[in-house]
Write a protein that binds this ligand. Structure first.
Ligand code: GDP
Length: 299
């Protein structure tokens, strides 16, 4: 995960840490390398620029240069700003004060929405919560089958449209019925696995807006493939503008050597990353902590 970026940062910062005395030129030189490393990692151009402006401003201050360990101070500044770029504090799932908490999962086909719905359900089940998964993609019965199979493996109930009334296979209705069932039967959490498409289109967005209005979810989480870099960032912007997101879950992060999406999404869209998908297995979901990620990158 983010190995290529991490290796470069380690090298750049090692040089800085090793220097007893630092001049503005030393710092400028190091920041040039940092800039290149971030751009090569596919971080959004504007995000890189803002980051460097802030680091430069703090790092060339006399306090840093005159300190006993200027190199370490600069590294600390870089760490702080990386953490800030990814949102600063951890942002978790906000649970409803009166259950059930309704979580709506959105995203393109293949991003990992169904798998991630299962992962989240498993996580909350492990915390003693009763979870209902709702298969809300009537256009793709295979997705419903996949969720049903995940539910069986995990011992989690799955609500499917074909169990109710296949002729009314409309997504808003399915989600409403799922939520009603969850409320009536005392579930703590309802996870709606909505339909995806291969590309963002108006019909999909309109459908998601209608579902959101109908069920008033506490969380609307975009599931996006980290390997797609800036495409994931742009997509998050589009989903946020058109549907309104509360957060993002990036998947396939374990195979993402570059890290452009992980580093840019928060700064570009203002929406926090809540979890990282780190593999195909159902326990491969990690809470996202900006501070830990910053430490991992800096080595
Ligand atoms: P959906 O179409 O968005 O519902 O996507 P799926 O949940 O069916 O996932 C598509 C593929 O991505 C499947 O093969 C999943 O096993 C895989 N996948 C999902 N999350 C991850 C992840 O974090 N890492 C890896 N390597 N694969 C993942």
């Amino acid at each position: 995960m983010l190995d290529a970026l991490s290796e470069k940062f380690e090298r750049i910062l090692k040089k800085l840490r090793g220097q007893g005395v630092l001049t503005e030129d030393n710092i400028a030189e190091a920041l040039k390398e940092v800039r290149l490393a971030l751009l090569e990692a596919d971080v959004n151009f504007k995000v890189v620029k803002d980051f460097l402006d802030r680091v430069r401003e703090k790092a060339v201050g006399q306090e840093v240069l005159k300190s006993l360990t200027p190199g370490h101070q600069v590294v600390k500044v870089v760490w702080d700003e990386l953490r800030g770029m990814m949102g600063g504090e951890r942002s978790g799932i906000s649970l409803a004060s009166r259950p059930p908490t309704i979580i709506m999962m959105v995203g393109l086909q293949g991003a990992g929405k169904t798998t991630t719905s299962g992962k989240l359900a498993r996580l909350f089940k492990g915390q003693g919560k009763r979870v209902l998964l709702v298969a809300a993609d009537p256009r793709r019965p295979a997705a419903g089958d996949q969720l049903a199979s995940l539910g069986r493996d995990l011992g989690i109930d799955v609500h499917r449209f074909d169990q109710i009334d296949a002729s009314r296979a409309d997504v808003v209705r399915i989600c409403q019925r799922g939520v009603e069932r969850g409320q009536e039967q005392g579930y703590d959490l309802i996870v709606l696995d909505t339909g995806g498409r291969l590309h963002v289109d108006d019909e999909l967005m309109a459908e998601l807006v209608a579902v959101k209005q109908a069920v008033n979810p506490h969380e609307v989480l975009l599931v996006a493939d980290a390997m797609t870099g800036q495409d994931a960032v742009n997509m998050a912007g589009q989903f946020d503008q058109q549907v309104g997101l509360t957060g993002v879950i990036l998947t396939k992060v374990e195979g993402d050597a570059r890290g452009g999406a992980v580093l840019s999404i928060r700064a570009v869209t203002g929406k926090p990353i809540k979890f990282l998908g780190m593999g195909e297995k159902l326990d491969a979901l990690e809470p996202f902590h900006p501070d830990r990620m910053a430490s991992r990158i800096l080595g």
